[in-house]
Design a binder for this molecule. Structure first.
Ligand code: ADP
Length: 501
Protein backbone atom coordinates (compact mmCIF):
# COMPACT_ATOMS: atom_id res chain seq x y z
CA UNK A 1 0.00 0.00 0.00
CA UNK A 2 1.42 3.35 -0.99
CA UNK A 3 1.88 5.80 1.86
CA UNK A 4 0.74 9.33 1.16
CA UNK A 5 3.67 11.62 1.79
CA UNK A 6 2.48 14.89 3.24
CA UNK A 7 4.89 17.76 2.88
CA UNK A 8 3.86 20.86 4.79
CA UNK A 9 3.65 23.85 2.48
CA UNK A 10 6.34 26.43 3.23
CA UNK A 11 3.82 28.96 4.64
CA UNK A 12 2.74 26.54 7.42
CA UNK A 13 6.29 25.61 8.14
CA UNK A 14 7.28 29.24 8.41
CA UNK A 15 4.38 30.36 10.57
CA UNK A 16 4.89 27.30 12.79
CA UNK A 17 8.51 28.23 13.25
CA UNK A 18 7.91 31.94 13.77
CA UNK A 19 5.13 31.43 16.33
CA UNK A 20 7.19 28.99 18.38
CA UNK A 21 8.80 30.12 21.66
CA UNK A 22 12.40 30.62 20.59
CA UNK A 23 15.00 29.30 22.94
CA UNK A 24 18.74 29.16 23.42
CA UNK A 25 20.82 26.29 22.03
CA UNK A 26 23.27 25.05 24.66
CA UNK A 27 24.92 21.66 24.55
CA UNK A 28 22.43 20.29 22.05
CA UNK A 29 19.35 21.35 24.09
CA UNK A 30 16.93 24.21 23.49
CA UNK A 31 16.57 25.95 26.82
CA UNK A 32 14.96 29.05 28.26
CA UNK A 33 17.07 31.97 29.43
CA UNK A 34 18.35 31.53 32.99
CA UNK A 35 16.46 34.73 33.87
CA UNK A 36 13.29 33.47 32.16
CA UNK A 37 13.23 36.72 30.17
CA UNK A 38 12.33 37.05 26.49
CA UNK A 39 12.63 39.88 23.99
CA UNK A 40 10.71 40.77 20.85
CA UNK A 41 11.94 40.69 17.29
CA UNK A 42 9.95 42.95 14.93
CA UNK A 43 8.76 42.87 11.35
CA UNK A 44 10.38 46.07 10.06
CA UNK A 45 7.82 46.48 7.28
CA UNK A 46 5.04 46.98 9.86
CA UNK A 47 6.80 47.66 13.16
CA UNK A 48 4.77 44.81 14.69
CA UNK A 49 6.15 42.07 16.93
CA UNK A 50 7.14 39.08 14.81
CA UNK A 51 8.30 36.65 17.49
CA UNK A 52 9.49 36.40 21.08
CA UNK A 53 12.91 35.04 21.78
CA UNK A 54 14.70 33.91 24.95
CA UNK A 55 16.90 36.74 26.16
CA UNK A 56 20.33 35.28 26.77
CA UNK A 57 22.52 37.09 29.26
CA UNK A 58 25.76 36.61 31.22
CA UNK A 59 24.59 33.38 32.89
CA UNK A 60 23.48 31.81 29.59
CA UNK A 61 26.70 32.85 27.91
CA UNK A 62 28.62 31.24 30.75
CA UNK A 63 26.69 27.99 30.34
CA UNK A 64 27.19 28.03 26.59
CA UNK A 65 30.92 28.69 26.92
CA UNK A 66 31.22 25.80 29.38
CA UNK A 67 29.38 23.51 26.95
CA UNK A 68 31.65 24.61 24.10
CA UNK A 69 34.70 24.07 26.31
CA UNK A 70 33.59 20.56 27.27
CA UNK A 71 32.89 19.74 23.61
CA UNK A 72 36.32 21.03 22.67
CA UNK A 73 38.22 19.24 25.45
CA UNK A 74 36.58 15.87 24.77
CA UNK A 75 37.66 16.24 21.15
CA UNK A 76 34.23 15.15 19.94
CA UNK A 77 34.61 17.59 17.06
CA UNK A 78 38.32 18.39 16.73
CA UNK A 79 39.27 14.69 16.92
CA UNK A 80 36.90 13.56 14.21
CA UNK A 81 38.81 12.85 11.04
CA UNK A 82 39.07 15.89 8.79
CA UNK A 83 36.97 14.01 6.27
CA UNK A 84 34.22 13.42 8.83
CA UNK A 85 34.20 17.10 9.77
CA UNK A 86 34.08 18.10 6.13
CA UNK A 87 31.17 15.77 5.43
CA UNK A 88 29.19 17.09 8.40
CA UNK A 89 29.59 20.67 7.14
CA UNK A 90 28.62 19.57 3.62
CA UNK A 91 25.53 17.84 5.03
CA UNK A 92 24.60 21.07 6.79
CA UNK A 93 24.93 22.90 3.45
CA UNK A 94 22.66 20.32 1.79
CA UNK A 95 20.01 20.78 4.49
CA UNK A 96 20.20 24.53 4.16
CA UNK A 97 19.74 24.23 0.42
CA UNK A 98 16.75 21.91 0.88
CA UNK A 99 15.17 24.56 3.11
CA UNK A 100 16.17 27.53 0.96
CA UNK A 101 12.67 28.92 0.57
CA UNK A 102 11.96 28.79 4.30
CA UNK A 103 15.23 30.55 5.17
CA UNK A 104 14.62 33.21 2.53
CA UNK A 105 11.15 33.89 3.96
CA UNK A 106 12.41 34.05 7.54
CA UNK A 107 15.19 36.42 6.56
CA UNK A 108 12.81 38.65 4.68
CA UNK A 109 10.33 38.74 7.59
CA UNK A 110 12.91 39.43 10.28
CA UNK A 111 15.31 41.75 8.43
CA UNK A 112 12.93 43.32 5.91
CA UNK A 113 14.96 42.54 2.80
CA UNK A 114 13.11 41.51 -0.36
CA UNK A 115 12.30 37.82 -0.42
CA UNK A 116 13.47 37.64 -4.02
CA UNK A 117 16.92 38.89 -2.95
CA UNK A 118 17.23 36.51 0.01
CA UNK A 119 16.34 33.66 -2.36
CA UNK A 120 19.12 34.36 -4.87
CA UNK A 121 21.76 35.97 -2.64
CA UNK A 122 21.67 35.42 1.13
CA UNK A 123 20.73 31.75 1.27
CA UNK A 124 22.63 30.41 -1.80
CA UNK A 125 25.75 32.32 -0.72
CA UNK A 126 25.51 30.74 2.74
CA UNK A 127 25.12 27.27 1.20
CA UNK A 128 28.11 27.86 -1.05
CA UNK A 129 30.18 29.15 1.84
CA UNK A 130 29.58 26.04 3.95
CA UNK A 131 30.54 23.86 0.98
CA UNK A 132 33.72 25.84 0.39
CA UNK A 133 34.77 25.38 4.03
CA UNK A 134 33.69 21.73 4.05
CA UNK A 135 36.40 21.32 1.41
CA UNK A 136 38.99 23.03 3.59
CA UNK A 137 38.53 20.62 6.51
CA UNK A 138 40.84 18.09 4.81
CA UNK A 139 43.40 20.68 3.74
CA UNK A 140 44.54 22.32 6.97
CA UNK A 141 48.26 21.62 6.68
CA UNK A 142 51.51 22.63 8.33
CA UNK A 143 54.98 22.68 6.77
CA UNK A 144 58.25 20.82 7.16
CA UNK A 145 60.95 23.39 7.75
CA UNK A 146 64.66 22.92 7.09
CA UNK A 147 66.44 24.59 10.04
CA UNK A 148 70.12 25.55 10.45
CA UNK A 149 70.59 26.24 14.23
CA UNK A 150 74.01 27.96 14.04
CA UNK A 151 74.94 27.14 17.66
CA UNK A 152 74.45 23.37 17.21
CA UNK A 153 77.01 22.57 14.56
CA UNK A 154 76.54 19.15 12.99
CA UNK A 155 73.24 18.43 14.73
CA UNK A 156 70.30 17.26 12.68
CA UNK A 157 66.64 18.08 13.33
CA UNK A 158 63.27 17.32 11.90
CA UNK A 159 61.11 20.42 12.30
CA UNK A 160 57.53 20.84 11.24
CA UNK A 161 54.46 22.94 12.02
CA UNK A 162 50.95 21.83 12.92
CA UNK A 163 47.83 23.94 12.56
CA UNK A 164 45.54 23.31 15.50
CA UNK A 165 42.15 24.80 16.41
CA UNK A 166 42.25 27.86 18.66
CA UNK A 167 39.62 26.29 20.98
CA UNK A 168 36.37 27.92 22.06
CA UNK A 169 35.36 30.72 19.72
CA UNK A 170 32.81 33.45 20.46
CA UNK A 171 31.16 34.95 17.41
CA UNK A 172 29.02 38.11 17.39
CA UNK A 173 27.21 38.99 14.19
CA UNK A 174 25.12 41.88 12.83
CA UNK A 175 21.61 42.14 11.39
CA UNK A 176 22.26 43.17 7.76
CA UNK A 177 22.86 39.64 6.41
CA UNK A 178 21.90 37.54 9.43
CA UNK A 179 22.21 34.05 7.92
CA UNK A 180 25.15 34.84 5.67
CA UNK A 181 27.12 36.42 8.51
CA UNK A 182 26.47 33.31 10.62
CA UNK A 183 27.83 31.21 7.73
CA UNK A 184 30.91 33.43 7.25
CA UNK A 185 31.72 32.92 10.91
CA UNK A 186 30.74 29.29 11.48
CA UNK A 187 32.18 27.80 8.27
CA UNK A 188 35.88 28.45 8.93
CA UNK A 189 35.60 27.96 12.72
CA UNK A 190 34.12 24.49 12.30
CA UNK A 191 36.30 23.40 9.39
CA UNK A 192 39.36 24.00 11.58
CA UNK A 193 37.95 22.05 14.56
CA UNK A 194 36.89 24.81 16.96
CA UNK A 195 33.72 24.84 19.03
CA UNK A 196 31.50 27.92 18.96
CA UNK A 197 29.18 30.19 20.90
CA UNK A 198 27.34 32.36 18.38
CA UNK A 199 25.37 35.47 19.34
CA UNK A 200 23.08 36.70 16.57
CA UNK A 201 21.95 40.34 16.44
CA UNK A 202 18.94 41.09 18.64
CA UNK A 203 17.09 42.56 15.63
CA UNK A 204 17.35 39.37 13.55
CA UNK A 205 17.85 36.16 15.52
CA UNK A 206 15.46 33.86 13.64
CA UNK A 207 17.56 32.37 10.85
CA UNK A 208 20.48 31.63 13.19
CA UNK A 209 18.08 29.78 15.51
CA UNK A 210 16.63 27.76 12.63
CA UNK A 211 20.19 27.05 11.49
CA UNK A 212 20.83 25.64 14.97
CA UNK A 213 18.14 23.05 14.30
CA UNK A 214 19.84 22.11 11.04
CA UNK A 215 23.16 21.61 12.87
CA UNK A 216 21.35 19.11 15.08
CA UNK A 217 19.74 17.42 12.08
CA UNK A 218 23.12 17.19 10.35
CA UNK A 219 24.42 15.25 13.38
CA UNK A 220 26.86 17.77 14.85
CA UNK A 221 27.90 16.59 18.34
CA UNK A 222 26.29 18.42 21.28
CA UNK A 223 28.07 21.57 22.41
CA UNK A 224 29.97 22.16 19.16
CA UNK A 225 27.61 24.92 18.04
CA UNK A 226 25.83 26.88 20.78
CA UNK A 227 23.56 29.79 19.88
CA UNK A 228 22.64 32.46 22.41
CA UNK A 229 20.29 35.23 21.24
CA UNK A 230 20.32 38.39 23.35
CA UNK A 231 21.36 42.02 23.46
CA UNK A 232 24.80 43.33 22.62
CA UNK A 233 25.45 45.20 25.87
CA UNK A 234 24.60 42.11 27.93
CA UNK A 235 25.04 38.79 26.10
CA UNK A 236 27.51 40.17 23.54
CA UNK A 237 29.62 41.96 26.13
CA UNK A 238 29.67 38.86 28.36
CA UNK A 239 30.87 36.72 25.47
CA UNK A 240 33.60 39.17 24.48
CA UNK A 241 34.86 39.35 28.07
CA UNK A 242 34.50 35.67 29.02
CA UNK A 243 37.79 34.20 30.26
CA UNK A 244 36.85 30.77 28.89
CA UNK A 245 36.72 32.04 25.29
CA UNK A 246 39.94 31.70 23.29
CA UNK A 247 38.97 33.85 20.35
CA UNK A 248 36.29 36.40 19.59
CA UNK A 249 35.19 37.15 16.02
CA UNK A 250 33.02 40.20 15.55
CA UNK A 251 31.21 41.85 12.66
CA UNK A 252 29.48 45.16 13.31
CA UNK A 253 30.14 48.83 13.90
CA UNK A 254 33.63 50.24 14.44
CA UNK A 255 32.39 51.75 17.71
CA UNK A 256 31.40 48.35 19.13
CA UNK A 257 34.53 46.77 17.61
CA UNK A 258 36.60 48.96 19.93
CA UNK A 259 34.54 47.79 22.94
CA UNK A 260 35.10 44.18 21.90
CA UNK A 261 38.82 44.80 21.83
CA UNK A 262 38.78 46.23 25.35
CA UNK A 263 36.64 43.38 26.66
CA UNK A 264 39.00 40.85 25.06
CA UNK A 265 42.02 42.27 26.87
CA UNK A 266 41.21 40.44 30.14
CA UNK A 267 42.44 37.06 28.92
CA UNK A 268 44.11 38.35 25.73
CA UNK A 269 41.80 36.30 23.59
CA UNK A 270 42.48 36.47 19.87
CA UNK A 271 40.35 39.06 18.10
CA UNK A 272 39.16 39.45 14.53
CA UNK A 273 36.98 42.38 13.53
CA UNK A 274 35.02 43.15 10.38
CA UNK A 275 33.79 46.71 10.88
CA UNK A 276 32.34 49.73 9.15
CA UNK A 277 33.14 51.49 5.91
CA UNK A 278 32.62 54.62 3.87
CA UNK A 279 33.68 53.24 0.54
CA UNK A 280 34.65 55.42 -2.40
CA UNK A 281 33.24 54.44 -5.79
CA UNK A 282 35.11 56.24 -8.57
CA UNK A 283 33.73 56.81 -12.08
CA UNK A 284 36.08 58.05 -14.82
CA UNK A 285 34.84 59.89 -17.91
CA UNK A 286 35.98 57.16 -20.35
CA UNK A 287 33.50 54.68 -18.94
CA UNK A 288 30.52 52.87 -20.44
CA UNK A 289 27.97 55.25 -18.88
CA UNK A 290 25.06 52.88 -18.65
CA UNK A 291 27.11 50.19 -16.87
CA UNK A 292 28.71 52.65 -14.50
CA UNK A 293 25.42 54.30 -13.58
CA UNK A 294 23.73 50.96 -12.91
CA UNK A 295 26.82 49.86 -10.96
CA UNK A 296 26.93 53.05 -8.88
CA UNK A 297 23.23 52.74 -8.06
CA UNK A 298 23.46 49.12 -7.01
CA UNK A 299 26.68 49.78 -5.03
CA UNK A 300 24.69 52.01 -2.67
CA UNK A 301 21.12 50.77 -2.90
CA UNK A 302 21.72 47.02 -2.63
CA UNK A 303 20.39 45.78 0.72
CA UNK A 304 18.99 49.31 1.32
CA UNK A 305 22.55 50.59 1.77
CA UNK A 306 22.87 48.41 4.88
CA UNK A 307 26.20 46.99 3.73
CA UNK A 308 29.48 47.75 5.46
CA UNK A 309 31.05 48.00 1.98
CA UNK A 310 28.29 50.15 0.41
CA UNK A 311 29.64 52.52 -2.26
CA UNK A 312 28.45 55.56 -0.30
CA UNK A 313 30.89 58.18 -1.64
CA UNK A 314 30.48 58.41 -5.39
CA UNK A 315 33.37 60.30 -7.04
CA UNK A 316 32.59 61.19 -10.66
CA UNK A 317 34.91 62.86 -13.16
CA UNK A 318 33.71 66.43 -13.79
CA UNK A 319 32.77 66.13 -17.47
CA UNK A 320 30.19 63.38 -16.82
CA UNK A 321 29.13 64.35 -13.28
CA UNK A 322 25.67 65.68 -14.18
CA UNK A 323 24.87 62.72 -16.41
CA UNK A 324 25.90 60.19 -13.78
CA UNK A 325 23.99 61.95 -11.01
CA UNK A 326 20.93 62.14 -13.20
CA UNK A 327 21.28 58.45 -14.13
CA UNK A 328 21.69 57.28 -10.53
CA UNK A 329 18.72 59.46 -9.51
CA UNK A 330 16.65 57.85 -12.26
CA UNK A 331 17.57 54.41 -10.94
CA UNK A 332 16.60 55.55 -7.45
CA UNK A 333 13.23 56.78 -8.74
CA UNK A 334 12.50 53.41 -10.31
CA UNK A 335 13.23 51.45 -7.13
CA UNK A 336 10.04 49.95 -5.83
CA UNK A 337 10.09 50.48 -2.06
CA UNK A 338 7.78 48.21 -0.08
CA UNK A 339 7.41 45.14 2.09
CA UNK A 340 10.10 42.54 1.44
CA UNK A 341 7.35 39.92 1.23
CA UNK A 342 5.93 41.53 -1.90
CA UNK A 343 7.46 40.04 -5.07
CA UNK A 344 7.40 43.48 -6.75
CA UNK A 345 9.56 45.06 -4.05
CA UNK A 346 13.13 46.09 -4.89
CA UNK A 347 13.92 47.75 -1.58
CA UNK A 348 12.41 46.88 1.78
CA UNK A 349 12.42 48.77 5.07
CA UNK A 350 15.49 49.47 7.18
CA UNK A 351 15.89 46.94 9.93
CA UNK A 352 14.63 48.92 12.92
CA UNK A 353 13.12 52.16 14.20
CA UNK A 354 16.54 53.02 15.59
CA UNK A 355 18.11 52.64 12.15
CA UNK A 356 15.32 54.69 10.56
CA UNK A 357 15.95 57.52 13.01
CA UNK A 358 19.69 57.31 12.51
CA UNK A 359 19.50 57.52 8.72
CA UNK A 360 16.88 60.31 8.79
CA UNK A 361 19.09 62.18 11.28
CA UNK A 362 21.99 62.03 8.81
CA UNK A 363 19.75 63.28 6.01
CA UNK A 364 18.57 66.21 8.12
CA UNK A 365 22.12 67.06 9.14
CA UNK A 366 23.43 66.95 5.55
CA UNK A 367 20.57 69.03 4.17
CA UNK A 368 20.81 71.59 6.98
CA UNK A 369 24.53 71.99 6.21
CA UNK A 370 23.79 72.75 2.56
CA UNK A 371 23.68 69.37 0.80
CA UNK A 372 20.91 68.95 -1.77
CA UNK A 373 18.85 65.79 -2.26
CA UNK A 374 18.49 65.29 -6.03
CA UNK A 375 16.17 62.43 -5.22
CA UNK A 376 14.79 61.08 -1.93
CA UNK A 377 15.91 62.84 1.22
CA UNK A 378 13.64 61.40 3.90
CA UNK A 379 11.32 58.74 5.19
CA UNK A 380 9.07 56.81 2.82
CA UNK A 381 5.47 56.48 4.10
CA UNK A 382 4.54 56.59 7.78
CA UNK A 383 4.35 52.90 8.66
CA UNK A 384 7.34 50.59 8.94
CA UNK A 385 10.94 51.75 8.69
CA UNK A 386 11.25 52.79 5.04
CA UNK A 387 13.63 55.44 3.70
CA UNK A 388 13.64 56.85 0.17
CA UNK A 389 16.69 56.02 -1.92
CA UNK A 390 18.65 59.27 -1.82
CA UNK A 391 21.35 61.01 -3.87
CA UNK A 392 23.02 63.99 -2.18
CA UNK A 393 25.06 66.63 -4.04
CA UNK A 394 26.69 69.93 -2.99
CA UNK A 395 28.42 68.23 -0.08
CA UNK A 396 31.78 69.21 1.40
CA UNK A 397 34.47 66.85 2.67
CA UNK A 398 33.88 67.85 6.28
CA UNK A 399 30.15 67.07 6.38
CA UNK A 400 29.06 64.15 8.54
CA UNK A 401 27.25 62.62 5.55
CA UNK A 402 30.60 62.41 3.73
CA UNK A 403 32.70 61.27 6.69
CA UNK A 404 30.47 58.92 8.69
CA UNK A 405 28.91 55.60 7.86
CA UNK A 406 25.16 56.14 7.32
CA UNK A 407 24.21 52.49 6.72
CA UNK A 408 21.19 53.43 4.65
CA UNK A 409 20.28 54.09 0.99
CA UNK A 410 22.10 57.42 0.83
CA UNK A 411 24.94 58.26 -1.55
CA UNK A 412 26.91 61.50 -1.69
CA UNK A 413 27.97 62.31 -5.28
CA UNK A 414 31.16 64.36 -5.52
CA UNK A 415 32.82 65.66 -8.73
CA UNK A 416 36.60 65.42 -9.29
CA UNK A 417 39.04 66.57 -11.95
CA UNK A 418 42.57 65.90 -10.69
CA UNK A 419 43.35 62.15 -10.27
CA UNK A 420 46.03 62.84 -7.64
CA UNK A 421 43.59 64.85 -5.53
CA UNK A 422 41.04 62.12 -6.02
CA UNK A 423 43.34 59.55 -4.39
CA UNK A 424 43.82 61.81 -1.38
CA UNK A 425 40.08 62.45 -1.09
CA UNK A 426 39.10 58.82 -1.57
CA UNK A 427 41.54 57.75 1.16
CA UNK A 428 40.51 60.59 3.48
CA UNK A 429 38.48 58.45 5.83
CA UNK A 430 39.14 56.41 8.96
CA UNK A 431 37.77 53.40 7.10
CA UNK A 432 39.33 51.16 4.47
CA UNK A 433 36.92 48.37 3.67
CA UNK A 434 36.16 48.54 -0.04
CA UNK A 435 36.32 50.71 -3.16
CA UNK A 436 35.00 50.70 -6.70
CA UNK A 437 36.62 51.91 -9.94
CA UNK A 438 34.82 52.36 -13.25
CA UNK A 439 36.99 52.93 -16.35
CA UNK A 440 37.90 51.29 -19.65
CA UNK A 441 41.57 52.15 -19.16
CA UNK A 442 43.27 49.18 -17.49
CA UNK A 443 46.37 51.12 -16.53
CA UNK A 444 44.31 53.75 -14.79
CA UNK A 445 42.25 51.09 -13.06
CA UNK A 446 45.15 49.08 -11.68
CA UNK A 447 47.18 52.15 -10.76
CA UNK A 448 44.29 53.47 -8.69
CA UNK A 449 43.59 50.01 -7.24
CA UNK A 450 47.11 49.99 -5.83
CA UNK A 451 46.72 53.51 -4.38
CA UNK A 452 43.44 52.95 -2.56
CA UNK A 453 43.76 51.86 1.07
CA UNK A 454 40.97 49.29 1.08
CA UNK A 455 40.66 45.54 1.64
CA UNK A 456 38.62 45.01 -1.54
CA UNK A 457 38.74 46.92 -4.82
CA UNK A 458 36.11 46.19 -7.45
CA UNK A 459 36.90 47.25 -11.02
CA UNK A 460 33.90 47.69 -13.32
CA UNK A 461 31.77 45.78 -10.85
CA UNK A 462 30.65 46.14 -7.23
CA UNK A 463 29.46 43.88 -4.40
CA UNK A 464 31.00 40.76 -5.92
CA UNK A 465 31.44 38.24 -3.12
CA UNK A 466 32.71 34.72 -3.13
CA UNK A 467 33.59 32.26 -0.39
CA UNK A 468 37.08 31.98 -1.91
CA UNK A 469 37.72 35.74 -1.96
CA UNK A 470 39.05 37.29 1.26
CA UNK A 471 37.08 40.24 2.63
CA UNK A 472 38.03 42.67 5.39
CA UNK A 473 39.36 46.06 6.16
CA UNK A 474 42.37 48.33 6.29
CA UNK A 475 42.52 51.01 8.98
CA UNK A 476 39.47 51.17 11.26
CA UNK A 477 37.50 48.79 9.07
CA UNK A 478 38.90 45.87 10.98
CA UNK A 479 41.47 43.25 11.78
CA UNK A 480 41.92 40.10 9.75
CA UNK A 481 39.94 38.75 6.85
CA UNK A 482 36.75 36.76 6.39
CA UNK A 483 36.55 33.94 3.83
CA UNK A 484 39.17 32.59 1.46
CA UNK A 485 42.11 30.67 2.88
CA UNK A 486 43.17 33.82 4.78
CA UNK A 487 40.45 33.35 7.38
CA UNK A 488 41.78 29.91 8.34
CA UNK A 489 44.80 31.52 9.98
CA UNK A 490 42.47 33.27 12.39
CA UNK A 491 40.93 30.03 13.54
CA UNK A 492 44.15 28.07 13.99
CA UNK A 493 47.20 28.22 16.22
CA UNK A 494 50.56 27.23 14.72
CA UNK A 495 52.62 24.76 16.68
CA UNK A 496 56.29 24.32 15.77
CA UNK A 497 57.59 20.82 16.59
CA UNK A 498 61.31 20.25 16.58
CA UNK A 499 62.93 16.80 16.93
CA UNK A 500 66.60 16.04 17.33
CA UNK A 501 67.55 13.21 14.97
P1 ADP B 1 24.55 48.27 14.71
O1 ADP B 1 24.92 49.56 15.38
O2 ADP B 1 24.55 48.37 13.25
O3 ADP B 1 23.34 47.59 15.29
P2 ADP B 1 26.41 46.87 16.32
O4 ADP B 1 27.86 46.93 16.13
O5 ADP B 1 25.80 47.63 17.47
O6 ADP B 1 25.76 47.29 14.96
O7 ADP B 1 25.90 45.37 16.47
C1 ADP B 1 26.52 44.25 15.89
C2 ADP B 1 26.48 43.11 16.88
O8 ADP B 1 27.21 43.50 18.04
C3 ADP B 1 25.10 42.72 17.39
O9 ADP B 1 25.04 41.31 17.55
C4 ADP B 1 25.03 43.41 18.74
O10 ADP B 1 24.16 42.76 19.64
C5 ADP B 1 26.45 43.28 19.20
N1 ADP B 1 26.86 44.26 20.21
C6 ADP B 1 26.40 45.53 20.40
N2 ADP B 1 27.02 46.09 21.45
C7 ADP B 1 27.88 45.19 21.96
C8 ADP B 1 28.80 45.18 23.05
N3 ADP B 1 28.96 46.22 23.84
N4 ADP B 1 29.54 44.06 23.25
C9 ADP B 1 29.40 42.99 22.44
N5 ADP B 1 28.54 42.93 21.43
C10 ADP B 1 27.79 44.01 21.17
Amino acid sequence: MATALKIAPPEDKISNFVSRTHRILINGKWVEAASGKTFATYNPATGEVLARVAEGDREDIDRAVKAARAAFETGRWSQLTPSERGRAIWKLADLLEENLEEFAELESLDNGKPLKVARVADVPLAVDLFRYFAGWATKIEGNTIPISVPYAAGAKFLAYTLREPVGVVGQIIPWNFPLLMAAWKLGPALATGNTVVLKPAEQTPLTALRLGELFQEAGFPDGVVNIVPGYGETAGAALAAHPGVDKIAFTGSTEVGKLILQAAAGNLKKVSLELGGKSPNVVFADVDLEDAIAGAASAIFFNHGQCCCAGSRLYVENSIFDKVVEGVAEHANKINVGSGQDEATDMGPLVSAEQLNRVCGYLESGISEGAKAVVGGGRHGDKGYFVKPTVLVNTTEKMKVVQEEIFGPVVTAIPFSDPAELVTQANDTVYGLAAGIWTRDIQKAHRLASQLRAGTVWINCYNIFDAALPFGGYKQSGWGREMGHEVLEQYTEVKAVCTAL
